[in-house]
Design a protein around this ligand. Sequence first.
Ligand SMILES: CC(=O)SCCNC(=O)CCNC(=O)[C@H](O)C(C)(C)COP(=O)(O)OP(=O)(O)OC[C@H]1O[C@@H](n2cnc3c(N)ncnc32)[C@H](O)[C@@H]1OP(=O)(O)O
Ligand SMILES: O=C([O-])CC(=O)C(=O)O
Length: 381
Amino acid sequence: MSDNSGNTADKKLSGAGLRGQSAGETKLCTVGKSGSGLTYCGYDVADLAENATFEEVAYLLFNGELPNSAQLAQYKVELKAMRDLPQALKEVLQRIPKSAHPMDVMRTGCSFLGNLEPEADFSQQNTAANRLLSAFPAIMCYWYRYSHEGIEIDCHSEEDSLAGHFLRLLKGETASAQHQRVMDVSLILYAEHEFNASTFTARVCASTLSDMFSCVTGAIGTLRGPLHGGANEAAMDMIEQFSSPSDAKIQMAGMLERKEKIMGFGHAVYRTSDPRNVIIKQWSEKLAKENGNTALYDISVACEEYMWDTKKLFCNADFFHASTYNYMGIPTKLFTPIFVCSRLTGWAAHVMEQRSNNRIIRPSADYIGSAPRVVTPINER
Ligand SMILES: CC(=O)SCCNC(=O)CCNC(=O)[C@H](O)C(C)(C)COP(=O)(O)OP(=O)(O)OC[C@H]1O[C@@H](n2cnc3c(N)ncnc32)[C@H](O)[C@@H]1OP(=O)(O)O
Ligand SMILES: O=C([O-])CC(=O)C(=O)O
């Protein structure tokens, strides 16, 4: 039986991938629990996407409660003051070639910042998290515009929100109020998701009492893969090859026949839907109509229908993010780095939570190798 959270009680579980096994406790998030698909600290993600901003969600994840007006204003002042990058980091970013994978740029940017401004002890964990939150848009855009356009951008802006700040650094001008809102909603949707692969990476690293920058660097590497955050880019690469809704269905049939994974579909926890999809899909439709060219949206809907009808597979958070970002004129290669700018909040909150009640994460393995044996001298092998 399934409910509107996409969860079912009868999912077949196996040991592979640790699926369905509890690996610890968290106060931060529920995924696929009955009655509500996704909550952050008790708030439904749909409620937050409708009635909060990304900065409020970041504050919530780091402090356990939503801020009041004075706290939010103070937090935004604090974040704004940390947007610029040190010169040494700009120089490193200048050396990274245009051909680099932008997730590798994010990983290096994070790691290098950890050399310049190390988290000396855990009392600095909030500062380290907020610094990364503020600096990530500049790390991404400084490298992108330098390597692709030869421009050394000003990494500071007076834009009110991180969403607006990112869009300004990317485009060189203030984005429309609507684009800023869509980006803000997107950052809220991507912020946190319990023990997903990248967050679990961050927690494993944190459990060794390592520093915040190491935890986040590891998490970026994990998010990069197409089975996780990389799926939004992979979905875009796929749908832009489809010339029409009917062509999409023909080509997807071929992909399924060849047993290829269709990126942006399916989920390790949700069974019938991802609650983030309905929200980002609405924005994709809205942007498509305003854009006057709904082709990409129509093709995406055809993909969604076809996958549900043939395989009972549904769009996860990544699928309609592809067309949404595309309608906003965002280059495909920056899709997953935007995910980093958002998920940093979840990663850092989990690092703090792990530290607050830590035991090193060290599971066991079932041995399936050869029986005990002795080393044969090398000249006898
Ligand atoms: C923000 C996020 O990270 S959301 C996830 C983003 N990733 C993607 O979109 C990549 C595509 N999706 C997938 O690869 C998978 O659905 C995952 C990685 C998300 C989840 O993997 P699992 O938990 O192993 O999936 P699950 O157990 O539900 O798979 C059931 C079956 O459906 C198949 N399946 C699942 N997703 C897909 C897909 N997108 N395309 C084709 N077949 C799929 C599996 O191969 C499996 O088939 P099998 O039983 O014949 O082996
Ligand atoms: O929870 C997962 O496995 C993947 C996911 O949707 C996310 O990290 O947002």
